[in-house]
Every structure is written in C-alpha cells, then in structure tokens.
Ligand binder design. Structure first.
Ligand code: ITT
Length: 179
C-alpha cells in the first residue's frame, strides 16, 4: 500500500485529504494525535514548529496541516488563531463582528517530513455570509464561494476549489514521486 500518515485531531480534514489522496492512488493513515501549536503570526511558523515536534515521535512519511480564515477588514485576523476564535465566538460571533458580504480567504499550509521538511500552500478567496448549510466543519457555513457556502458543498465539490485541496495537490504530486 502506498501510504503516508496525517497527524490531526480534525476528522473533517482527514475526509477531505483522503478523497484527494485516492485521486493519486495513495492512502492516508490517520494518526489522531495532537502537537503543540505555536502562537505565531503565520501558518508556516506553526507548521514548522509542529514538524520539529512530530519528527521525534512519528516515523516518516507524515504530514500535518495548519489552516485558517483570514478576514481582510481585520488585517488577516483570525488567521493562525482561527481555532481559538472558532471555539470562543464561533460562526455567529464572526458574522456579528464583521458583517455580511465582507471579503475573506481560507489558507492552508501542509508540512511534510520525510528526510527534510517541505511546505505546500493553498488559498481560496470568498466572503463572509450568515450561516448556511450543514456539511463540513468550522467556518464552512459562513464562507461563501460563488454563491454557495462550503457547508452547502459535498466533499468532492469543496475539494475542487478549496485551500486545503490546492495545498494537498502540490503535496500529493511530490509524494507520488517518492512513495
Ligand atoms: P489539527 O490542528 O488537529 O489538525 P484543528 O481543527 O485544530 O485540527 P487548525 O489548528 O489548523 O485545525 O485550526 C484551523 C481552524 O480554522 C479550524 O479549527 C477551523 O475552525 C478553521 N478552518 C480551517 N480550515 C477550514 C475549512 O476548510 N473549513 C472550515 N473551517 C476551517
């Protein structure tokens, strides 16, 4: 089996990457573990710190992923602090804070460890709307892309355009050449 590990506690991320990996004939082994998440200004710093920790604990080839919602009006906040904002004020709090129709983007940074660290990035631009849809996770119901929220899309539809799938594609192209 051509496989790699994905260290994350978010099953939604696993479902999305699993579907993407299958397109490349690869399998994901889900490692449901946590690692210390640095409070940093960029996703890249969080990922590099996480990789350094994980490489002492898990065998290669593995990946971790850090992602976030970047709101233009808030100079990119919550960005790397998305998980905290999601847990505290939640989707309704974000909409209340910035209002409907304001531009935002999702970004994803995938970090892999084999013999060294490699980073892969993806982003998607959209806007914040009142909650719609029941699929996905996190900010999906309030992130609209061309008329539909991410929570109104199937995994396959979200994977055709999302930040995570773009980063995943770059990783999977590279991974396919070494496993
Ligand atoms: P792991 O760190 O264990 O992988 P996590 O859910 O804590 O899982 P992050 O630290 O990367 O993930 O936090 C990113 C947060 O940003 C996440 O909790 C969501 O609230 C939000 N987010 C990221 N990508 C998203 C997406 O595709 N759809 C909706 N919300 C997303």
């Amino acid at each position: 089996m051509r496989a790699f590990s994905f260290i994350t506690q978010n099953p939604g991320k696993v479902a999305e990457l699993q579907a993407k990996a299958h397109e490349f004939g690869l399998e994901i082994v889900h490692v449901n573990a946590s690692y210390p998440e640095l409070q940093a200004d960029t996703l890249e710093e969080v990922v590099r710190h996480g990789l350094s920790y994980c490489k002492e604990k898990f065998p290669p080839l593995f990946i971790i992923e850090d992602s976030g919602l970047f709101i233009d009006d808030l100079h990119g906040f919550p960005g790397p602090y998305s998980s905290y904002v999601n847990k505290t004020i939640g989707n309704s709090g974000v909409v209340k804070l910035i209002g409907e129709g304001r531009p935002a983007r999702f970004e994803s940074a995938i970090g892999s460890y084999c013999r060294d660290f490699k980073l892969f990035h993806g982003r998607v631009e959209g806007r914040i709307v009142s909650s719609r849809g029941h699929r996905g996770f996190g900010f999906d119901p309030i992130f609209e892309y061309e008329g539909r929220t991410f929570a109104e899309m199937t995994v396959a539809e979200k994977n055709a355009l999302s930040h995570r799938s773009k980063a995943a594609e770059l990783f999977l192209e590279w991974a396919s050449t070494i496993i």
